[in-house]
Design a protein around this ligand. Structure first.
Ligand code: 5AD
Length: 363
């Protein structure tokens, strides 16, 4: 890591002057254009199950929420969804779920095999902290990428919001990400911005960790309080002074997005649904102009979508075909194009070796 980088990242995170921030937005957009180009890749998201064994303090799918009806899509439903993604011209399908051991190793492997047989889609998995044997079997079945956000690099905060559970295995997420890379997956991670108890210093270190892990994909969204969770009810929060607490604002998310682009120039970075929930009219446009190059339209069947309530209003971002036409127009109005093909990371070098200069921060 270059000396002074953490300090500079921190200065940008604390910057609030819109005119000065323009320098950050411009630099991120320039680096995005130079390293990943004008294509905006669409990844079709299928939320295949909302069962979860984990107790994450922020998440609406956490185990023990009796108020939530649970579902698991059938093999045929998942396949139909993947075919829809291919039919819509997407290059990737993302299969996401809670950490659900009702999703067996063999069931998932068979689905991956069938998708790879029937389509030319890249397959991205986002199924939680599964044992290495599962990850190995799914990679062998043809899965290309895996998403697992580390959420925060602050170990105390991490442990506060991820209580230990009886079943399942607990491995450090950064260790698991390195395992995934060794298995040949493209790896994605990321954080929520504005978690109660998240300090500016820890957020700066999160961004440096994106670079140290040399992430292929980086997901960044605002923390959105869910009233059915301890963190959403302001329990379990470590009280920080207002000067130290990171806000879950749209601008703060954009700062993290822009800094992630500058430190990891080649990464695929989505403009996230959570950002669009905070700003339904403009979230995607802002994300795409400040470093992002990916959007993940939701292709989950509507009956299930409303049950996949990680945070409130998630299902209200309509991703029907009408909205998709609007998204394509939005992309073109930004002078960008809809990406073709799987849109994996084009690797010239490790993020830490690319050495893009952050804009100087005067002040
Ligand atoms: N607000 C915002 N994002 C959330 N996630 C989970 N719960 C919330 C919430 N309340 C994010 C986590 C997880 C991803 C799938 O969704 O970062 O990794």
């Amino acid at each position: 890591m270059r000396p002074g980088l953490e300090h500079l990242v921190l200065k940008w995170l604390r910057e609030e002057d819109p005119e000065r921030l323009e320098a950050l937005w411009t630099a991120a957009d320039r680096v995005r254009a130079e390293f990943v180009g004008e294509a905006v890749h669409l990844r079709g998201l299928l939320e295949i199950s909302n069962y979860c064994v984990r107790q994450c303090a922020y998440c609406g799918l956490r185990a023990g929420r009796v108020a939530l009806d649970r579902y698991r899509m059938s093999e045929e439903e998942v396949l139909e969804g993947a075919k829809l993604a291919a039919h819509l011209g997407f290059g990737t399908v993302v299969l996401q779920s809670g950490e659900d051991y009702g999703i067996s190793t063999a069931w998932m492997a068979e689905i991956i095999r069938r998708i790879k047989e029937d389509t030319s889609l890249a397959v991205t998995l986002s199924l939680g902290e599964r044992p290495e044997s599962d990850l190995r079997a799914w990679r062998a079945a043809g899965a290309d990428r895996y998403l697992l956000r580390f959420e925060t690099s602050d170990a105390d905060l991490y442990h506060r919001i991820h209580p230990p559970i009886q079943t399942g295995v607990t491995v450090e997420r950064t260790v698991l990400l390195r395992t995934l890379r060794a298995l040949g997956y493209e790896i994605g991670s990321g954080v929520m911005v504005g978690i109660p108890g998240q300090s500016y210093g820890s957020l700066a270190r999160d961004i440096l960790l994106f670079q140290a892990l040399d992430l292929d994909m980086i997901g960044i969204g605002p923390f959105i309080p869910h009233p059915g969770t301890p963190l959403g009810r302001q329990e379990a929060a470590g009280a920080l002074s207002p000067r130290e607490q990171v806000p879950n604002s749209e601008t703060m998310v954009c700062k993290v997005l822009a800094l992630a682009r500058l430190l990891c120039p080649e990464a695929n970075i989505p403009s996230t649904t959570a950002l669009a929930v905070v700003n339904p009219d403009d979230g995607h446009r802002l994300g795409l102009s400040r470093g992002a190059n990916v959007v993940m339209p939701n292709l989950t069947p509507p009956v299930y979508r409303k049950m996949y309530e990680i945070y409130p209003k998630k299902a209200c971002i309509d991703d029907d075909l009408w909205a998709l036409a609007g998204l394509r127009r939005k992309i073109e109005s930004l002078g960008r194009s809809v990406g073709k093909g799987p849109g994996g990371r084009l690797r010239r070098g490790a993020a830490a070796d690319i050495q893009v200069e952050l804009p100087a921060h005067c002040g």
